[in-house]
Ligand binder design. Structure first.
Ligand SMILES: Nc1ncnc2c1ncn2[C@@H]1O[C@H](COP(=O)(O)OP(=O)(O)O)[C@@H](O)[C@H]1O
Ligand SMILES: [Mg+2]
Length: 395
């Protein structure tokens, strides 16, 4: 029985933990939170901070791990690469993991390889002369933490006067205190999920995304299929494949966000070297493409043959449980609602819980997942469920 170590044991990693269990692997997991939900389902766990590379390696060595991976969080990416490299296990090269963790370096790399339609990009830190950079910029620009996630700290800047504050806001939300400035792109947002096996890129799915209104840039939902033409979708697949190659990604999951303009230009805006969050692994890719993505990802990590066979597929749409601020009065019978609307609901709501107005991914309380014959029907089901649930939770 092979032993797999999942870095992180939170709500979204728990799906991977359960999948690995169901496949018959011995499952280990690490998380700093002693109450992490995944601890209940893994065979073995330890309370360890997942950014502590050395402590995680020590656990992996002591337990003779055969494969390591992280999912749906950027915090475990370097640690997983570190363990794989030190133990000679399948994994992403540590240097590549480091590169991908820096949005500015990623942009620079994609620009130099002419992968997408990228334009200006600058990195700033506490010592940078913001006025000097400001003179070089064409506005509007987007400012975000170099190592951000979940849309924290990202803001649009329309004029030089706003730049300094936006940079400080982003730097304050960066672990390394650095921000990136790039051209603001007016486009629709899409995502792509890929798995690299033996150096070969498999683009598993292209997803449509729904986002909040500015000034917040947080995800509200996904769907497969998208509204893109087959030609546009192949341009995306091409772009994604070239980006993965340009960055030197040799192994594992790659989640990308991109903006596509009305004249068909593709801009890659964010890359994570791990499975995407927001139910991409457990629901969106497997339902929408018929590929058991999490299983393939786990097989890849432990060096077992990877099964890309296509099973049953349909249109799928998700909606985040994104609310205005308020207090959860009473949790209705979720199973009843699932039956009534023919959807799946995954949540971490609790009675009496205070909910923040939805500004970043961290404010989300879970997901509604709807399957249907068409994307439109799936979206309607998910939206109707969300409206109903809102009513029941807060009134
Ligand atoms: N250059 C840009 N132009 C327009 N919108 C952008 C740009 N960069 C990011 N955004 C918006 O901000 C969101 C968060 O940025 P992203 O780089 O994906 O950060 P995170 O790592 O926090 O997800 C994106 O999903 C997108 O909606
Ligand atoms: Mg993103």
């Amino acid at each position: 029985m092979k032993r797999v170590l999942i870095i992180g044991a939170g709500f979204l990693q728990d799906f991977v933990i359960c999948k690995a269990k169901s496949m018959g692997y011995e499952v280990h997991t690490l998380d700093a939170d002693p109450n992490a939900i995944g601890f209940k389902h893994a065979d073995y766990h330890a309370v360890v901070n997942i950014v502590d590379e050395k402590a995680c390696l020590e656990y992996a060595k002591k337990n003779h791990i055969d494969g390591v991976l992280t999912a749906a969080t950027d915090y475990g990416v370097l640690t997983a690469a570190y363990i794989a490299q030190k133990m000679g296990l399948p994994g992403l090269k540590y240097d590549v993991a480091k590169l991908i963790k820096n949005k500015y370096l990623v942009r620079k790399c994609l620009f130099e390889h002419k992968v997408d339609d990228t334009e200006q990009a600058f990195e700033v830190n506490v010592d940078t002369d913001i006025n000097e950079i400001s003179e070089k910029l064409t506005y509007p620009v987007m400012v975000k933490p170099c190592d951000g996630s979940g849309s924290r700290g990202a803001s649009r800047v329309n004029s030089p006067e706003e730049l300094k504050n936006a940079c400080e806001y982003a730097m304050d939300r960066s672990i390394t205190h650095r921000a990136e400035i790039e051209t603001f792109i007016f486009g629709k947002e899409y995502g792509a999920e890929s798995l690299v096996v033996n150096g070969e890129v498999h683009v598993l799915g292209v997803m449509q995304k729904w986002m909040t209104e500015p000034p917040y840039y947080a995800e509200l939902g996904h769907s497969i299929p998208t509204d893109l033409s087959p030609e546009a979708e192949s341009k995306v697949i091409n772009c994604v494949t070239n980006a993965i190659k340009a960055l030197g990604v040799n192994f594992g999951s790659i989640n990308m966000d991109m903006l596509i303009t009305s004249d068909g230009k593709v801009y890659i805006i964010d890359i994570g070297a791990r499975m995407g969050g927001n139910m991409i692994g457990p629901c969106i890719v497997p339902y929408g493409t018929g590929i058991d993505y999490m299983a393939a990802m786990i097989q890849n990590a432990v060096n077992d043959p990877v099964d890309f066979s296509v099973k049953e597929q349909c249109a799928v749409a998700t909606k985040l449980l994104a609310f205005d601020s308020g207090m959860v009065n009473k949790i209705p019978d979720i199973h009843e609602i699932e039956k009534k609307f023919d959807v799946e609901i995954y949540h971490h709501l609790e009675e009496g819980m205070k909910v923040n107005e939805y500004h970043t991914n961290l404010d989300g309380c879970g997901y509604i997942v709807a399957k249907a014959d068409t994307k439109e029907n799936a979206v309607i089901k998910a939206e109707n469920t969300l409206a109903y649930l809102k009513e029941k939770l807060f009134n």
